[in-house]
Design a protein. Structure first.
Length: 240
């Protein structure tokens, strides 16, 4: 009897050398057909502000709502993956690749973590996973648009008291996994006192000056950024 051959293991997917260019989702809003009552209200012009939606507590279930109200929304990829560097050691990359062993060989899944914002008080985070690198970024951006929050900005530092929205109005705490962070208002000129990955979420939120304290395993960027996002969300405990 002839022996059946077992299929070879799939090759490891190519990982981009640099941060991939973030695609724009839902370029053509003319083809958008709203499926929710909120989407229909936005399409008919009854709601013209994203802040009105966020402050009312309504859930956004269609990313096209964000595309229509915030056409200039910006995106940043967080470095969550790693690979061996040219001189040894570990190099951080924006795409994390995991492998699952099956009867037909290895199956690879790529994951991405994205921060979106308008640099003026609106920010969101989202994760995505897919076998293809292009689709995984699209999914992450889509999920981030469905997870937007309003950031309550102000000048809560006793050293400044200028009344402008360059920092946060008071100290806040956020948690995710083993990571706990404290955000402290800072006076003008201090800048963003944190690492480069955390600066991305502050820049997109429109915060220019802030002090941060972190505890736990902050090397896990997903938990670290999620803890910052939780702290920014807690700024809305008190009404403006």
């Amino acid at each position: 009897m002839e022996e059946t051959e077992i299929s070879e293991e799939k090759e490891t997917p190519e990982i981009p050398e640099t941060t991939p260019e973030l695609p724009v989702i839902s370029k053509d809003l003319e083809k958008w057909v709203p499926k929710t009552s909120l989407g229909k209200a936005v399409m008919n012009g009854e709601i013209n502000s994203i802040e009105e939606i966020l402050l009312s507590g309504k859930k956004i279930r269609e990313p096209e709502i964000v595309d229509k109200l915030l056409p200039n929304l910006k995106s940043e990829l967080i470095l969550i993956g790693g690979r061996t560097g040219k001189g040894g050691g570990r190099e951080r990359i924006p795409i994390r690749t995991t492998a699952t062993m099956t009867k037909s060989g290895r199956r690879f899944t790529m994951k991405a973590f994205v921060v979106v914002g308008n640099e003026d008080g609106i920010v969101g985070i989202g994760k995505g996973s897919s076998p293809e690198g292009r689709k995984v970024v699209n999914k992450a951006i889509r999920n981030a648009k469905l997870n937007l929050i309003f950031v309550n900005r102000g000048c809560g530092s006793w050293e400044c008291s200028c009344g402008e929205k360059h920092s946060i109005p008071f100290k806040t705490i956020g948690k995710c996994g083993s990571v706990r962070v404290e955000l402290i208002p800072a006076p003008k000129g201090v800048g963003l006192v944190c690492n480069d990955e955390i600066k991305k979420i502050f820049r997109l939120a429109g915060i220019k000056d802030i002090w941060t304290k972190s505890f736990g395993n902050t090397a896990t960027n997903i938990n670290f950024v999620s803890a910052i996002f939780d702290a920014l969300k807690n700024l809305n405990i008190y009404k403006r």
